[in-house]
Write a protein that binds this ligand. Structure first.
Ligand SMILES: [Fe+2]
Length: 293
């Protein structure tokens, strides 16, 4: 399966309107009304990058991956069928709701829901951030990255690499104070972003550890820090710089419980020359995760 990028994510919300102020005024995304009563959040010329849908609980609902075209979509469905995965092909109305030409969905062995699309639909209207963020780093690199829980770690990792076609960027082994080691595997798809997906060896009730969005400068990270403080949104990690993707970022709590990582300076990797490594530290400096994780 040739996944090009993380195209969008879906979030369940008891009160989607909360995301209008959080996503718009704090993160700096552009809220739009969705036909299902939900809130869409734009971050570029695409119609929607975060779909916040009305639900009975607040949690991360799905990751939306895109392939290049109809042929790649058909090939992906064949690969899933061959692996014995239970796939549902969306109705035209369901695909339209994701602003996609076609869509299908399935679950990985950890129970995370994945959606697959081709042909994103957009009127290419100019992105206008209510917080004045000039631009998020998206395009061919996708919207950012997502970190998903994978208690059934080995099976989920095998599914991601052997069926979904992700490849290893690098590995982090986290040694907690009282528990044993927990692994995080960073995985890339077919673009230069260091990782579009990471798997965390553990359970997370919110359905996601964090969702990362990227801006173009440290000043935009600093301005986001000001907005987070002003809105009294709880921090989940202090400012710091990651050893692997080189992102300088901080983390704060979203209304669904998982964190938003807001950063800049992500490495773009030439996979032909990259060598996988295993790190035993998350960050070069900063990133005090004792605040909220
Ligand atoms: Fe991250």
């Amino acid at each position: 399966m040739d996944i090009r990028a993380l195209a969008y994510v879906v979030i369940d919300a008891v009160d989607p309107a909360q995301w209008r102020s959080f996503g718009g005024d704090v993160v700096g995304l552009q809220p739009v009304a969705l036909p299902d009563g939900g809130v869409g959040l734009r971050m570029d010329e695409r119609a929607c990058r975060l779909f916040v849908q009305p639900a009975e609980a607040d949690r991360y609902a799905a990751s939306g991956w895109e392939v290049a075209d109809k042929a790649a979509f058909a090939a992906a469905l064949r690969a899933l069928a061959q692996a014995g995965v239970d796939v549902t092909v969306a109705t035209p109305a369901q695909a339209r709701a994701r602003f996609a030409t076609e869509m299908a969905w399935f679950a990985d062995p950890a129970g995370n829901r994945h959606e697959l699309i081709w042909g994103h639909r957009s009127d290419f209207a100019r992105f206008a951030s209510p917080a004045g963020v000039p631009r998020f780093v998206t395009g061919a690199l996708g919207l950012g990255h997502t970190v998903l829980p994978a208690p059934a770690f080995d099976r989920t990792l095998a599914f991601m690499t052997e069926v979904m076609g992700f490849a290893s960027a690098d590995i982090l082994t986290h040694h907690g104070p009282d528990e044993g080691a927990q692994r995080i595997h960073f995985l890339h798809c077919n673009n230069g972003r260091h990782h579009s997906l990471a798997l965390f060896e553990g359970s997370v009730p919110a359905g996601c550890v964090h969702l990362m969005v990227e801006v173009e400068s440290m000043d935009e990270v600093g301005r986001a820090m000001d907005r987070v403080r002003q809105a009294e949104v709880p921090l989940m990690a202090t400012l710091g710089r990651h050893v692997n993707d080189a992102v300088t970022s901080f983390y704060f709590r979203s209304p669904a419980g998982f964190a938003i990582e807001f950063g800049y300076g992500g490495r773009v990797i030439d996979w032909a020359t990259h060598t996988v490594f295993e790190s035993t530290a998350v960050s070069l400096w900063g990133h005090d995760f004792s605040l909220g994780f």
